[in-house]
Design a protein around this ligand. Structure first.
Ligand code: MLT
Length: 239
């Protein structure tokens, strides 16, 4: 398998992803939220770019069937039902609902990658399962969402961990960034230890989201792989 890694949402566009199989990563917290919401029975997550687009999309559903979720600067958007904490997407809250989600970087990375033939979402939560589903792919592009157009170590570590996990099944040829991230993943220490100086992690901690961080850094708690559908929704992939 050949793997190319893209370091931020800003660097990717529909043309670059055309015909590719792409995995988008935003460990803290967008892809962790999407994995959680779908695992808890949300019908679909609709990633949108702007707040205006979110309100417009939400109006297309009967009010009792849809929730508005997302953040700017890590905090809930005024007028939305929920922010971007995975704990806001419990079974009681999301079962049977459509979630319209707008986040600063994660939903942008998904949108910017939408030329892909197959677009899947990765978090640490579903990493081992994702590897079992992606192991036969010949060319894989991993898109790290980053933070405000900057490289972010949480996504980078997860990308490296996916490369290491895929190596259990197949021979991997990767680009220079993939090579560095693979080595980062193989270093001793837990994700929390490796990410102790991560800017976005420390920002989330400073605004009171340590529990979210602990949750999102768990590995392999969810056996689902979310996939972008042609209508723009994200659902659990049933192959
Ligand atoms: C994002 O998409 O930028 C985020 O997931 C930010 C966050 O909720 O921490």
């Amino acid at each position: 398998m050949k793997i190319k890694v893209v370091s931020t949402a800003q660097e990717i566009n529909a043309t670059m992803t055309h015909g590719q199989t792409v995995v988008v990563v935003d460990v803290l917290r967008a892809t962790s939220v999407i994995v959680t919401a779908l695992a808890n029975g949300a019908v679909a997550v609709w990633p949108v770019l702007s707040v205006e687009e979110a309100f417009a999309k939400h109006k297309t559903f009967p009010p009792s069937n849809a929730l508005l979720g997302g953040e700017r600067g890590g905090v809930i958007i005024p007028g939305f039902h929920h922010g971007n904490s995975p704990f806001s997407y419990s079974r009681e809250t999301v079962f049977g609902k459509n979630i319209v989600l707008s986040t600063t970087n994660g939903t942008r990375a998904i949108r910017n990658s939408n030329g892909a033939d197959g677009l899947f979402l990765l978090a640490m939560l579903n990493l081992p399962y994702a590897a079992t589903k992606l192991k036969e792919i010949e060319n894989l592009m991993i898109v790290c969402s980053g933070t405000n157009n900057r490289f972010s170590a949480d996504d980078a570590l997860c990308a490296g961990m996916l490369i290491v996990e895929l190596e259990k099944y197949t021979q991997i040829e990767t680009d220079d960034l993939g090579l560095v991230l693979r080595n980062f993943a193989l270093q001793a220490g837990s994700p929390a230890e490796k990410l102790s100086s991560c800017y976005h992690l420390n920002y989330l901690k400073s605004i009171g989201y340590q529990n979210d961080i602990n949750y999102c850094l768990q590995i392999g708690t969810h056996n689902i792989l979310p996939r972008l559908q042609t209508d723009g929704s994200v659902m659990i992939w049933k192959d």
